[in-house]
Structures are given as C-alpha cells and as structure tokens.
Design a protein around this ligand. Structure first.
Ligand code: TXA
Ligand code: MG
Length: 355
C-alpha cells in the first residue's frame, strides 16, 4: 500500500487534506494523526472492518480494545448505555484533554472496537487537527497509539512513518506532540472510579473534581496475580533492545553508580546510553548521554522520553541507564512507563556517604 504523508503545518490547503483524510476513514481507510498525547492510528469506530485493519497494521492482539475519539460532548450519548453521575463534571473539567473515560457501551459500538468488552473507552483530544479530522468523519474515530505493537508510542510523525509506512492510507504530520505520554484512563463503570493508566491528568486533579478515586493496583507491580483492568497494560510492554536499568538515590550517588557500571561495560565493548537531565548530563562518562530536560520539568521529560528510547534502539545501545524521576504530578505517569520499559529493573545507587 502506498502511504500518503502530508505535513499539515506546511500544507497550504490543510482543510482539503483533512477533509480527504476524513473521507478516507469513512470509507474504511486508516489515517495516522497527531493528538496532544501521542500520534493515533484512526479508523471508523463504528465499522468492524476498520478495527480489524487497525489491529493488523499495528500487529496488535484483537482483544485489546481501542479508544473512541469524539469531537463534541453530544457525540457521547449514542455510544454509551449508561452515564455515571460523575461524567458531566469530569468532561466539563478535562475535555478536550488527555483523559479517557470508560463507560458501558451501547449497541452502536461493535465488539471488534472494544476487543469483545461490553464497555467502551472514550476521549476528546485537545488538538486542533485531531478535532478537525474527527469532525470530517462520522464523528467516531477509533485510535490506538500509532506505533507497531511493542514499540514506544510515537511522539513525532517520523516514528509513525518508521512503524506504519506502507500499512496505512495516510499519515498526517503535525510535528512534535505536546505531552508525549498516553492519556490517563479512568474507569467509571465500577462503584469507585479507578485509574487504569496514569497520565497527564493526575489522581489529585481528578479527586479535586469528583472526590475519591483509586489506582488499579496492577499499575505499580509486575506480579502476575494482579491482572490489569486495561487489557493493553497486560501485554509485554515496550522494552528497549538494550538492557534498561533505572538507578535511584541521591544525585551524586546515582551519577557515581552509573559511571561505575559504564566503565566496566565499556571495557567489555558494550554500548552504554544514559538518560540524564540537564543538571547531570555533563557528569556521565558514557559516550551516548541524552538529556530529557530539566530535572523538575515533568512536561519536557514526558515529551522527550519515548523519543530518546527510540533513538537508543536505533543507535544499538546494549545497556541503558536512566535516572529515576520524581513521582509528583505527571511524574507518576512518566515513572510508570519507564518502569515498564525497564521490566521494573531498579537499582538503588551505592551511597558514598560523608560530604
Ligand atoms: O493518549 C491516548 O490515549 C492515545 C491517543 C492516540 O489518544 N491512545 C492510546 O490508545 O494510547 P492505546 O490503544 O494505545 O491504549 C488504550 C488503552 C489500552 O491499554 C487498552 O487496553 C485500554 O486503553 N482500554 C481501551 N478500552 C478499554 C476498556 N473498555 N476497558 C479497559 N481498558 C480499555
Ligand atoms: Mg498504545
């Protein structure tokens, strides 16, 4: 298949391009497009054939449900069968924005889209091109992240092109995404709302609006008896080709520990990459050191993380070390993704002691 790639910021006839992309989705085609979180791979959410095509293009198991993207609050009512009381205030507070909510689905939504579940995940993205695209379709766009299953979600069109060129009809290039980490998923079908995947909309932010919510306990462990309630979280997650270890502790101890490992690995001919911060990057001995941004700037860290992991894979690192980041605010989501990529491999830095 010939994939049409269009750079929307350079395109003088953006409207025409987005209308054509919308038509393509209506006719059963697949279009990758930017959202504020990561790039999505869009198809008609109400067409079972489109869901099949999405699973095939991504190489994704078909029991892993897709998120339906909508552009208006009114669009919600036809795809859900029950609206929990908290939904309205949540939508008011956070939509359009990086939070996906799970509802009981209506009959309009094919089981292919929900991976056989009777619930449906819905989100309204906060991205002008994404909203324009959804409006150019029937209003319901099923879109998982636009990566090959098992790779980090794409934060640049370049990543989508690497993974899906030749497998989808169109790729819309909207530049670097704003957030870089997938949306928060909040399940509203149980007694107490539950966060199934942490994201830029944090537990505190949600609790401020609706009171108590819980985390799905599987978010924090790898224990097999804890089966995640978001099916996608159970699959073997992205793991870089190199062995990734997170090192936590005092800054100085972390640097020393990583440098000690680097020295002995380099002597054995290994290729060592370090995920550092602007404050520490200069202190590492590895030849491949990449900064995710300022230590306390979660927003930049979120936006850069997947890109750096992809770059280290391309550069053939055999070992990757990452500093641990604070789990305040969006840091919770960042550490969740980093821990998964590392298979929960965390080393506590050797303490130097004294001053
Ligand atoms: O930010 C995002 O959410 C991006 C952009 C493109 O919108 N999309 C995204 O989709 O990350 P995906 O398919 O890569 O991840 C969706 C997650 C999966 O873990 C899936 O299992 C879960 O949402 N999910 C979808 N529907 C669900 C449902 N009905 N019940 C529980 N989990 C569900
Ligand atoms: Mg995904």
């Amino acid at each position: 298949m010939q994939t049409k790639i269009v750079n929307l910021s350079e395109s003088i006839n953006r409207d025409t391009v987005i209308q054509a992309a919308g038509q393509c989705i209506c006719q059963g085609g697949l279009v990758a497009f930017p959202t504020e979180t990561v790039y999505g791979l869009g198809g008609d959410a109400l067409n079972p054939q489109s869901a099949h095509k999405i699973y095939e293009a991504k190489g994704r198991p078909s029991d892993n449900p897709l998120i339906i993207h909508i552009a208006t609050v009114e669009a919600l009512s036809s795809i859900i069968s029950k609206k929990p009381e908290q939904a309205d205030v949540l939508m008011e507070a956070f939509w359009p924005g990086p939070i996906t909510m799970i509802f009981e689905k209506s009959d309009l939504v094919p089981m292919e889209t929900t991976g056989g579940l009777t619930t449906v995940a819905v989100r309204m993205p906060e991205h002008q091109y994404a909203l324009e695209l959804i409006n150019a379709t029937g209003g319901y766009v099923a879109a998982p992240s636009a990566n090959t299953s098992g790779k980090p979600s794409p934060t640049l069109a370049k990543h989508v092109i690497e993974d899906l060129s030749g497998k989808v009809d169109m790729i819309l290039d909207g530049g670097l995404v704003g957030i870089g980490i997938e949306s928060t998923i909040l399940d509203l079908t149980g007694e107490i709302p539950m966060i199934l995947r942490p994201g830029a909309i944090t537990k505190d932010m949600i609790e401020e609006v609706i009171g108590r919510v819980e985390y799905d306990p599987s978010i924090f462990t790898m224990e097999e008896e804890r089966i995640p309630r978001a099916p996608g979280m159970k699959y073997k997650h992205y793991a870089p080709q190199g062995e990734l270890t997170i090192v936590e502790g005092e800054e100085r101890d972390v640097i020393c520990t990583i440098n000690k490992h680097t020295t002995s690995l380099l002597a054995k001919g290994a290729l060592v990459g370090v995920i550092a911060t602007n404050e520490t990057a200069h202190a590492y001995l590895a030849s491949h050191v990449k900064s995710v941004g300022n230590r306390h700037d979660e927003e930049t860290i979120g936006r850069r993380l997947y890109q750096i992991l992809r770059e280290f894979d391309e550069e053939g690192m055999t070992h990757i070390y990452s500093e641990a980041f604070a789990t305040t605010g969006m840091g919770q989501a960042i550490m969740n993704r980093l821990l998964k990529a590392a298979g929960h491999e965390v080393e506590v830095a050797y303490q130097l002691g004294g001053n």
